[in-house]
Design a protein around this ligand. Structure first.
Ligand SMILES: Nc1ncnc2c1ncn2[C@@H]1O[C@H](COP(=O)(O)OP(=O)(O)OP(=O)(O)O)[C@@H](O)[C@H]1O
Length: 245
């Protein structure tokens, strides 16, 4: 049995009178892909924000690789990679520069800091090769020239390069064509096969059914299902998400 990279225990979060999360218990193992599902307002974003350290829970705990995570600095130290819906890529920079955005490789000569461009290009090429994406081979290409799917894959490659334990993805297949969806799903399963735990929020149920090892359904701030998706139809999952409404 693989180790838990994420253990969420008894987490609650309120916004004034709104109880956005109530007694959330969730574990994710190394190499496991867990999809967080739920109708609008169910609490998915709030839970992702708590797991990535951008929001603090009012109660309960989040452990990554056994260590408490309560803020963004913890998330960075514990190797939690996040792929935001807007991808947070810089279009005027090239692929390699984007992979290193905020983590630039520099060499210090006394007070002078020099960017290690060659090293960044080499490591960027390796990171992209790990995902097996042939269309992203030229790491000197500006990101502004990439398609939506290629940008999404690049964002996954970046999260994977810096993540040690866990990758969180927000709607990774939104607004992509079928072929691009396939490439993005492959990149996510590759990240998991490298031993990272993956948590993704998605309304794209067919994609979730293809790649998730577990689905976790939130309704009104509580988990109502935590199970394998094996044998489930899209309609059955939607019913779990919306309940009797
Ligand atoms: N910053 C905030 N201030 C006040 N209420 C909030 C805030 N963030 C979320 N909420 C409330 O908490 C509940 C859960 O919201 P959340 O955004 O987590 O849901 P969600 O499942 O991600 O929804 P969606 O699919 O629409 O993004 C909702 O009732 C929402 O209105």
């Amino acid at each position: 049995m693989k180790a838990d990279v994420l253990a969420v225990t008894g987490v609650s979060k309120n916004f004034g009178a709104v109880s956005a999360l109530r007694d959330i218990n969730l574990t994710v193992r190394a190499g496991e892909i867990v999809a967080l599902l739920g109708d609008n307002g169910a609490g998915k974003s709030t839970l992702m924000n708590v797991i990535c350290g951008s929001a603090t829970a009012d109660g309960g705990s989040v452990l990554v690789d056994g260590e408490p995570l309560t803020n963004l600095a913890d998330a960075r130290r514990l190797g939690v990679g996040v792929v935001y819906q807007d991808l947070a890529l810089a279009p005027h920079l090239n692929l390699a520069e984007n992979l290193f955005l905020g983590n630039e490789a520099v060499r210090r000569y006394g007070p002078v800091r020099v960017l290690q461009r060659q090293r960044m290009r080499r490591e960027a090429t390796e990171a992209i090769e790990r995902l097996g994406i042939s269309t992203l081979r030229d790491v000197t290409m500006p990101v502004g020239r990439l398609s939506g799917g290629q940008r999404q894959v690049l964002a996954v490659a970046r999260a994977m390069k810096w993540a040690k334990n866990l990758i969180l993805l927000d709607e990774p297949t939104a607004a992509l064509g079928p072929k691009q969806v396939g490439i993005v799903l492959d990149s996510i399963t590759t990240a998991a096969s490298h031993g990272l735990g993956v948590v993704l929020v998605s309304h794209d149920i067919p994609s979730v059914l293809k790649i998730a090892d577990r689905i976790v359904v939130l309704r009104h701030g509580t988990i109502v299902e935590d199970r394998t998706p094996a044998g489930l139809s899209v309609a059955q999952v939607v019913t779990m998400m919306v309940g009797d409404e």
